[in-house]
Design a protein around this ligand. Structure first.
Ligand SMILES: O=P(O)(O)OC[C@H]1O[C@H](OP(=O)(O)OP(=O)(O)O)[C@H](O)[C@@H]1O
Ligand SMILES: O=c1[nH]c(=O)c2nc[nH]c2[nH]1
Length: 190
């Protein structure tokens, strides 16, 4: 998606540890007009698939998922990273190692909100090593729902998580795939 790539080039900053900082428009301050364009792009790619639910993971996936969901007119369910008195009943759980927090979370989704009747699209802001996506796929599998695929804003292709999952037959649509990046350059996959 050209508009997203331009924003990455003009506002993105490459930090140590393979971190791309895009907090001015993606995951701290959020550009809702850009998110709306992403929603259109994902809808175009998944328009034949009769999605019934969008699944994401807190925190950074939630904003994008909500605006994307407007284009599919379906609810968003997000996997929670912490225990809460507000989270009751039976849960699907899966361990996920967080890329930026550098720790493992047992993430949870209430069984009330995901079932075998659902056709699920996973939405997230980043795909790097694939840990978040693998954990969400595990939860979707536990629920018996059908996984249609994933929609990712920025995939850091050089970390390999996306391609490993594609090799397993998972459909992943990423709007910008970075194959290489350094302090003063970012190279996108064609
Ligand atoms: O493919 P991976 O290596 O799993 O990386 C991708 C994940 O990393 C980020 O979450 P993170 O937990 O780092 O931060 P957040 O709390 O801001 O969502 C991002 O939002 C994705 O969920
Ligand atoms: O802001 C972010 N930058 C990144 O490079 C990244 N990788 C996973 N999750 C990420 N979030």
């Amino acid at each position: 998606m050209e508009q997203l790539k331009q924003r990455i080039l003009t506002e993105g900053r490459v930090k140590s540890g393979n971190v791309l900082k895009v907090d001015s428009f993606l995951n701290h301050q959020m550009d809702i007009h850009l998110f709306d364009e992403m929603g259109k792009a994902f809808k175009e790619r998944y328009k034949e698939d009769e999605i019934t639910k969008i699944v994401t993971i807190e925190a950074s996936g939630i904003g994008i998922a909500c605006i994307v969901a407007r284009h599919f007119n379906v609810p968003v369910v997000f996997a929670k990273k912490s225990e809460s008195r507000n989270l009751d009943g039976d849960l699907y759980t899966s361990p996920i190692y967080s890329f930026t927090h550098q720790k493992e979370y047992m993430v949870r989704v209430s069984k009330k909100f995901l079932s075998a009747e659902d056709k699920v699209l996973v939405i997230d802001d980043f795909l790097a090593n694939g840990k978040a996506l693998i954990g969400l796929l595990d939860i979707i599998k536990q629920s018996g729902a059908t996984l249609v695929g994933a929609g990712i804003a920025i995939e850091k292709g050089f970390q390999g998580g996306g391609d490993a999952l594609r090799e397993q037959g998972i459909r992943i649509e990423s709007l910008a795939i970075i194959d290489e990046m350094g302090e003063d350059f970012i190279k996108f996959r064609d």
